[in-house]
Design a protein. Structure first.
Length: 306
């Protein structure tokens, strides 16, 4: 059934070494639309040079042509970096950085993600140095997220997109279509309905967290079993992580992302940390590559709905 909605254009900005990420970002945006657009009355439109550039000659700066054609008309920028910074333009160190600078000057939202996966052996050292330099400079001006896998990026992006959409929603969006007494009654009852929903979701969340805590206390690295050298505790703990902890964490992420409207702005970062923590666990237990920088379990996840 047709419905009216505001369209937000989401620019996907990146160098050429993250093609898988560009595809996944596009898919994630469409997935967000399928789950949220009708309810939120907002549709996200992925914008990238592969689909939005058209033939044009100006005899000047190629990047400026892109800026005029679609960059400046976009509302949100999603930037992804791995081992390359990109090709220099007349104004900046790369086309991607120039697009980011356009958004900074326009005061539009920017979401940046840096890959924490291994650098390719044939990577250009100068490009790597430029990425690290930009990452360090940006750290003093904003907040970025690191991702360890395509799945990790997808989870982070779903949360961040919902967070940004909140800022674009009209403050009167809840009341703009209230015409009947029944609708007005429903609006008055909204706070009670929200609290009831929170109570239900909190109960589900605590149930999963309590199960994980029980497993951690019984089999984790600080358990009584771990102090017994004959208990094979490390093997048992790994098995419990694969069979229970990680699947339960995925359930928590799914539960909270589907009810992200219940999470206040100041606590969204807790969910992002939990997602990164979970993806780090997966990498350390399912892959031969170990990441020592996996964030610790964020204990505040228990109070994320408070």
């Amino acid at each position: 059934m047709a419905f009216e909605a505001k369209v937000l254009q989401v620019l996907i900005a990146s160098p050429s070494d993250v093609q898988q990420e560009r595809i996944k970002i596009t898919e994630t945006i469409y997935q967000w639309n399928a789950l949220n657009s009708e309810e939120q009355k907002i549709v996200l439109l992925p914008v990238k040079w592969e689909t939005h550039v058209s033939s044009e000659y100006s005899g000047a700066d190629t990047q400026e042509i892109l800026n005029k054609q679609f960059v400046r008309s976009c509302d949100i920028l999603i930037g992804v970096f791995w081992s390359k910074i990109g090709t220099p333009t007349l104004k900046s160190s790369s086309g991607t950085l120039e697009e980011i600078e356009e958004f900074i000057h326009a005061g539009k939202p920017i979401k940046l993600y840096f890959a924490s996966k291994d650098i390719p052996q044939d990577a250009d050292l100068d490009q790597i140095a430029h990425v690290r330099s930009f990452k360090q400079a940006y750290q003093g001006q904003g907040i970025y997220m690191s991702y360890s896998s395509i799945e990790n990026l997808e989870s982070l992006l779903m949360t961040d997109l919902t967070r940004e959409v909140r800022k674009f929603r009209s403050p009167t969006s809840l009341v703009e279509d209230i015409d009947t007494p029944k609708q007005r009654f429903n609006l008055v009852s909204l706070p009670n309905a929200v609290e009831k929903k929170k109570k239900t979701i909190r109960k589900q969340l605590n149930s999963i967290l309590n199960e994980n805590e029980r497993i951690f206390l019984e089999y984790g690295p600080h358990s009584i079993r771990a102090n017994n050298p004959l208990s094979q505790s490390a093997h048992m703990w790994k098995q419990k992580c694969l069979e229970s902890i990680i699947p339960n964490n995925d359930k928590i992420i799914h539960l909270l992302q589907n009810n992200i409207d219940l999470i206040t702005e100041d606590k969204i970062c807790i969910l992002s940390t939990f997602i990164t923590h979970t993806e780090g666990l997966k990498q350390n237990y399912l892959s031969e590559f170990k990441d020592r920088n996996v964030p610790l379990f964020p204990k505040d996840i228990k109070n994320i709905l408070d």
